[in-house]
Design a protein around this ligand. Sequence first.
Ligand code: BGC
Length: 762
Amino acid sequence: MKSYIKHDPWKIIEDKFNPDYNKISESICSLGNGKFGQRANFEETFSGKTLQGNYVSGVYYPDKTRVGWWKNGYPEYFAKMLNAPDWTGIKINIEGEELDLAKCKVENFSRVLDMKRGVLERSFTVETESGKRLEVNSTRFLSIARDENAAIKYTVTPKNFSAKAVITSGVDADIKNEDSNYDEKFWIEIDKAADENIFVTAETKKTKFRVCTAVINFLPEVIDTKSVSKEKYAAKQYTVQLTENKSFTIYKYAAVTSTMYYGENELLSKTLESLKKAANDGFDTLLKEQENAWDEKWKESDIIIEGDVAAQQGIRFNIFQLNQTYTGRDERLNIGPKGFTGEKYGGTTYWDTEAYCLPFYLATADKKVAHSLLVYRWKHLKKAIENAEKLGFTHGAALYPMVTANGEECHNEWEITFEEIHRNAAIANAVRIYVDYTGEDKYLAEYGLEVLIGISRFWAQRVNWSTDKEKYVMLGVTGPNEYENNVNNNWYTSYSAVQNLKYTLWAIDFVKNNYAADYQRIKTVCDFNEQETEKWKDIIEKMYLGYDEKRKVFIQHDGFLDKELIPVSELDPKVRPINQHWSWDRILRSCYIKQADVLQGLYFFENQFDNETIKRNFEFYEQFTVHESSLSSCIHNILAAKVGLFDKAYQYYLNASRLDLDDYNNDTCDGCHITSMGGTWMTIVQGFGGMRIKDGVPSFDPIIPEKWQKYAFKIMHRDTLLKIEVVRDSVSVENLGSKTVKVLIKGYPAEIQPHSKTIKIL
Ligand code: BGC
């Protein structure tokens, strides 16, 4: 854990130069605009610890896998989100001395991510080895309003000298992934220039995505200009006169586009067109647009916490990152666990999206955004069916991938690839959540039901009848707790499967009765026959779900209770995290749970359990949970809040919200935990705010942590924006929309007129 980031409600402030923390700050201060993004690398040369990272959403490489080659059914590759051409470099060389913060004395350093405006600012003074003092200020943003563009304003001011300097600025496509299995480079050069236009068009090997990255530099008073061009690199070198105490400002504009959006023949012209437009409009206009666009985002998604700056900064940081990672404008894109902040985990899509991110986008953005996330999976249904076929399933059974970039499975550990099938449940459940939240039942007819049928068929084939138990069992499974593999009857997976089947049956009836033409189409497309549902009904009735009569808890999986059940509190802190200290063999045989497993099920299907059941299971499983996945704390927070364990709820909130800012797990240098940030948002809205949707009606049952004076959040529900404000003794729900809405506050129904509010005592 580290706490060098200064607390501030809107800004992430690093106010000392600490080269050892540079990779952490690079992750934390990352920028993105949904289409492309980057780590907060320095513009100037830096020979210290750094992960230079630029990423273009949707552009991936099928890196050859290292494992599982002799096991049939294994994916052949692991998709890597690609580290892409770098357009940020502005290299300064003064009389032969390169400006490199690793080699200079650095003073007054600050790197500030202004989350309100979506802008990264740096300033510092350096003294070079020869004694030249130079002040540098830079401002950079990736335009969220024009998602092909970005801009930098970079100012240098000599403090004790005048001299000629050489400034080099261009595009570097000679990039290597930090995360690559065979140390290969993944880009080849297609075209480049450093004349009137500066650009590099690079193509990914195998997948053949072309990315064109173009820049324009504006400098005052240039003495001489030279083009520099080498393999995968194009830049201009400007000789300029720097004068003591006179600021010299460079403006650099960029456009980043790809063949995901333009044909090969027009890619360059479109990129240059976009670039020139941005440059003509100028830095101040682009910046104003950026500020306005972020203002709009914050209007709907901000959460205010009064009385706890660390908590305020934490939640805004999570919201900011989610908003800059995914904008919902393109149904082919998704949310990688590290977003644009690092390369770990490869791929782009995990079950994290449906389980932890969907609620945030549903409640804080136009419904098109969540719709795009769901349609992404509908588009991959064919591949999910092929994926299941590879494993021996038939007749349209769909197994969605554990990790994917294009719908194909690319995870490569059999115990996860083949067995962590609960991902299917989250995807089916997302359909239910979406329809309940938006009320758009047409979604079922248009897309959802096809996905539900595919997943239900999978469950129906994945179980088998046990003559011994006289029940359906599900063998060879890995639950969300990846610290136990190849188990039988994982309660979470089996219970979720039953819920999926039930919902699919309901959805079939619903579509049949309300969208008859669509129903006929779906029957044909899916080759679906209602006879199939007989087996589904039988499974619903006779699924084996482990239950321990003595402790009155659900059993995580067969045999869990045979383990040596020693609470985590009795573990020597020196062996934590266990995944860094124990052999895998020891972990597998231990009782320690990586992340919410049974509890994840109680969270998803909460309305089917009473509070006592939730509390009993919470107290039983929490004691063995090591939370070595960032996705664990949020579920624990929400359940703890629900059953009245408020101190615990607060502790879990803190763990979740400042996970990256305080580098709790010592891994922020690899990138931020973007998908778990959706979970952090849930901790406030669902955990403390107690927000649920009950029969289509938003319901609030809030508590307020002791340290806070007030917190407030907004949710967009069925085209009405509601503002919920919780103070120490009351809660108010304000209707900011134009229609009267019904809500439940602490269980009491209320009708709120437009522009008015209802207040209830806590
Ligand atoms: C978690 C998974 C998650 C993945 C990506 C793993 O550590 O156990 O549940 O999908 O990270 O975030």
